[in-house]
Design a protein around this ligand. Structure first.
Ligand code: GLN
Length: 200
């Protein structure tokens, strides 16, 4: 059976574990390097500055960088997207990332007036086949990707409003990231996409 780890230092890891469990894989919390023997890993939403500090405290930062380098499939949502970025804007001075996706993310990019909102995204690469239903995406103090390198596939952009055109979902090789939170709500299509990447 496929085993998917969920980084469980801070944030909404329980929700990810629940969605993955509903899709029939074994979902296990990861808090130490010895628990990284998994087929794929999810980095949850939460507070990326806190998670970054805890990664150092728990001795997980370097093992995770090594795991990403050696091709472990990883999916990051929101704070998890920040952790997968090679570069951050508006991070704290000492904020570390695991990195792996050639992109610059801006933290809290949508501004205070729209701290949290929901929007429909047209993202066939994430939601299944072309022509599939729009994805209802929940954004909570979310980042966006300000720029991405040539090797990064853009899977979703905001369609309208002041943030129109901003990149909110990407894939590079075995790494997937969304600025929004598919673990909140009843739609498991993003997690299913990640499981297909793992080959589950
Ligand atoms: N703003 C948070 C951060 O910088 C991310 C918010 C979230 O994960 N919902 O980490």
């Amino acid at each position: 059976m496929t085993t998917v780890g969920v980084l469980a230092l801070q944030g909404d890891f329980r929700e990810h574990i629940a969605v993955l469990g509903s899709l029939g894989v074994s979902a296990v919390p990861v808090r130490r390097p010895s628990e990284l023997d998994v087929d794929g890993l999810v980095l949850p939403g939460g507070e990326s500055t806190t998670i970054s500090k805890l990664l150092v405290t728990f001795g997980l930062l370097e093992p995770l960088r090594e795991a990403v380098r050696s091709g472990l499939p990883v999916y990051g949502s929101c704070a998890g997207m920040i952790l997968l970025a090679d570069r951050i804007l508006d991070g704290t001075v000492d904020q570390e990332t695991i990195g792996g996706i050639d992109m610059t993310v801006r933290r809290n990019a949508f501004g205070r007036q729209v701290d949290s909102f929901e929007v429909d995204l047209d993202a066939p690469g994430l939601a299944g086949e072309a022509g599939s239903e729009l994805l209802r995406a929940v954004f909570i103090r979310a980042p966006w990707a300000e720029d991405v390198g040539d090797g990064v596939e853009v899977l979703a952009r905001v369609a309208s409003g002041p943030a129109a055109g901003r990149i909110v979902a990407v894939r590079q090789g075995s790494l997937l990231a969304t600025a929004f939170h598919p673990e909140i709500g009843a739609d498991a299509r993003v997690h299913s996409t990640f499981l297909r990447m793992i080959g589950a």
